[in-house]
Write a protein of this length. Structure first.
Length: 230
């Protein structure tokens, strides 16, 4: 780089510095920026947002009423003292899904996945049961105080109890009874998925016969109308 080019760039930098020095923001604008920053800081320090699909459980660590509060917080902003004095924990409110399967790629995307239940039938054979368990938290305070925060309701609550509950029920069946139970369950789910399926199938043959009859009739009419056309 030549000395002339270097001098020109230095002149440009000096001119930019002089321009910035002469820039003055209005006092009201500075105040507005300060207030906006203060509101943002207070918002993040003193409020926690609980989503519509969540329960909020507040834990107070200092004061006369310290401990887990029995009040359930629902959707909206909740006041929480900062610096660890209070903390808001959130638990899911909607339907939760636990998929016990050896093929996790076939499970629901948002479901919690674990291995299939390994169950011994009453006649001594072992079967792997793929099952979907749907549940929801109806008492968040009880779940929080007996199991804990976060996803501990899955780790220490649902998952350890799912397989024993299935073993207690399905373990009383023989292999043949288990196979029949699976067939009955699948047939019931198919029926629930489309109750009108039997009626739809029963109407299929008359509808096809009707269409074939009128196709033949339309073809005969076409032949009759066009027989004299050369």
């Amino acid at each position: 780089m030549t000395s002339e080019k270097l001098d020109k760039q230095l002149d440009v930098l000096r001119a930019s510095g002089d321009t910035l020095k002469h820039l003055r923001l209005p006092g009201g604008f500075k105040t507005a920026i300060a207030i906006a920053v203060l509101v943002f800081v207070c918002w993040n320090m003193f409020f926690t947002y609980v989503r519509p699909d969540e329960y909020g459980i507040k834990v107070v660590r200092i004061g006369l009423n310290r401990g887990v509060q029995k009040k359930e917080y629902h959707a909206g902003l909740c006041f929480v003292l900062p610096f660890g004095l209070q903390q808001m924990y959130r638990l899911p409110k909607g339907i939760q899904v636990l998929e016990l399967t050896n093929f996790p790629q076939t499970a629901a995307w948002l479901a919690r996945k674990d291995r299939a239940a390994h169950i011994q039938t009453s006649d001594g054979f072992f079967v792997d049961v793929d099952v979907s368990i749907l549940y929801h938290i109806s008492n968040p305070y009880l779940v929080f105080t007996t199991i804990g925060p976060g996803t501990l309701f899955e780790e220490n609550g649902i998952i350890p109890k799912a397989e024993p509950a299935l073993k207690e029920t399905l373990g009383k069946l023989t292999t043949e009874e288990y196979d029949q139970f699976v067939r009955d369950t699948v047939n019931f789910l198919v029926y629930v998925g489309e109750p009108a399926q039997l009626q739809r199938r029963s109407l299929g043959f008359p509808v096809i016969a009707f269409l074939i009859f009128f196709t033949v009739l339309a073809y005969a009419m076409k032949k009759e109308y066009w027989k004299d056309v050369k």
